[in-house]
Write a protein that binds this ligand. Structure first.
Ligand SMILES: CCCCCC(=O)SCCNC(=O)CCNC(=O)[C@H](O)C(C)(C)COP(=O)(O)OP(=O)(O)OC[C@H]1O[C@@H](n2cnc3c(N)ncnc32)[C@H](O)[C@@H]1OP(=O)(O)O
Length: 439
């Protein structure tokens, strides 16, 4: 009982000192960063999971008993500061060849899919730090990823032979949801850590059995910088709601968007026939339907998370790798990821499901390729199909890529949705060669 509470305290204690932990961007200092392997160990300890799949039902039964520790209201929970949840994690690629093998691509760069997995685990650990409760051995909360709001890549290259450091903390809280900001840095020849990536995730707290909502500790900003982050978190929430309510699944496109679609349609009509049916592809263009790639995975217990559902990071890696392959076969050169945007985890994926991923290019501009991946699961027990996620990735190719043309109304909506996501990319990156981030 004391052991888990002890580590939480030890970890927290390190955060009480202010300072410049990293050469750029760090606000708080920790005594010692965690090793990447410790993240999973800590999560297992906090949630109290079985390491043997056979025992998973028993372990979940034990978690039922934690229900009584859940508060009835958020008001009774003590407020936390941003530094309470701040953690640093080291991925020692420079000194650990075995670890490097897991991360290296054929072109001697870093597998971005692996980074997505690490960010997901890190985000969850950050939230457990925020909600750390010394009175229980295991946390009564089940914390799951609901949204990858944004991952923006900086221009610096990722080497599989230099150490990587992650930092993260809670930046905003609602009643049951938390926004987590994470950064990634890589050690350079000048012995300094340079920024590589900025990520914003939203996590949700659920009860001990992951069946209903659970309150999270309030968050109090301590200074002006934190107030700005908090306000930004609130604005992000309003933006997400606005983006959701204007979804093309709910409302018609704007008049400007309707014009775009009509122009695209007109430019594919055969001028030799006076018909709406004869469609021909303009030069340097590809039909959207010809860009599709699909994959199937069986969701084995190996890919489960601490709550015995399929790990969100695994789903992201699989979707990312398929998206990369789609962009690569479409663009004709090895593309680089620029932005990951608005990955919504609508439904959990059960262990044992069949995971169908379907990827297609939905928008292009200059060297940019916008790829959408739709994820659907088939439950062998209930015989039901269900959409679980939609992923959006922006890639950049070394050379200019063909234009993409929708044929049907449904594809036109995919085109506009892709364009909306492309436009929401905060800072278009223009570099090519010094940006080697691949799957
Ligand atoms: C190693 C450990 C890793 C573990 C990490 C994982 O692998 S997790 C595995 C991958 N992820 C999952 O399996 C999650 C799958 N999704 C789900 O189970 C469900 O969608 C959910 C429980 C997260 C949410 O369900 P509902 O939307 O019905 O719940 P509800 O409406 O009560 O919302 C709960 C809180 O989430 C917020 N919320 C909901 N949708 C949101 C969105 N798109 N963007 C931001 N926030 C959102 C709400 O505002 C609310 O916060 P407030 O209450 O603050 O207003």
């Amino acid at each position: 009982m004391k052991r888990a509470a002890m580590w939480l305290w030890t970890l927290n204690k390190g955060f009480l000192t202010h300072g410049r932990g990293l050469s750029q961007g760090s606000k708080y200092k920790v005594s010692e960063p965690l090793h990447i392997h410790q993240v999973q160990d800590k999560l297992r300890e906090i949630v109290g999971v079985s390491t043997v799949w056979r025992d998973h039902v028993k372990a979940m039964e034990e978690r039922k008993l934690l229900h009584s520790f859940l508060p009835k209201s958020q008001k009774v929970l003590p407020p936390r500061k941003m530094r309470d949840s701040y953690i640093e994690v080291l991925l020692p690629l420079g000194t650990d060849p075995e670890l490097r093998d897991k991360y290296v691509t054929v072109k001697n760069t870093v597998r971005f899919g692996r980074i997505l997995e690490d960010l997901d685990s890190l985000g969850v650990l950050v939230c457990y730090m925020h909600n750390c409760n010394h009175s229980t051995k295991m946390s009564p909360l089940s914390i799951v990823t609901v949204l990858v709001d944004k991952i923006d890549m900086c221009k610096h290259s990722l080497s599989p032979e230099q150490d990587i450091k992650f930092t993260g903390h809670v930046s905003w809280v609602g009643n049951t949801s938390m926004e987590v900001k994470m950064k990634m840095f890589q050690l350079h020849d000048d012995e300094k850590y340079w920024p590589v990536l900025d990520a914003t995730f939203v996590m949700v707290a659920r009860d001990s059995e992951n069946k209903g909502p659970a309150f999270v500790n309030p968050l109090i900003p301590e200074n002006k910088e934190e107030e700005e982050l908090f306000t930004q978190g609130e604005l992000n929430m309003s933006r997400r709601i606005a983006f959701g309510t204007s979804s093309l699944l709910k409302v018609a496109p704007s008049s400007e968007e309707r014009n775009i679609i009509h122009e695209l349609f007109l430019s594919t009509l055969d001028p030799k026939t006076i018909s709406f049916q004869s469609r021909i592809l303009p030069p340097k263009a590809v039909w959207m339907e010809d860009t599709k790639l699909k994959s199937l995975d069986i969701c084995h217990p190996q890919e489960r998370n601490v709550f015995n559902r399929i790990f969100g990071g695994f789903l992201m890696r699989k979707a990312y790798e398929l998206a990369w392959a789609t962009a690569c076969s479409f663009g004709g050169s090895r593309p680089y990821v620029v932005t990951v945007d608005d990955i919504m985890f609508q439904k959990p994926v059960e262990v044992g499901s069949l995971l169908f991923l379907s990827s297609q290019v939905c928008f292009t501009q200059d060297n940019y390729i916008q790829v959408r991946v739709h994820s659907e699961v088939f439950s062998l027990d209930s015989r039901e199909h269900m959409t679980t996620n939609v992923f959006h990735f922006t890639f950049m190719s070394e050379k200019e890529v063909p234009l993409i043309f929708p044929k049907t109304y449904g594809e036109s909506m995919l085109y506009l949705d892709g364009q909306r996501h492309f436009k929401s990319m905060s800072t278009p990156v223009t570099s090519k060669k010094d940006y080697p981030v691949e799957p």
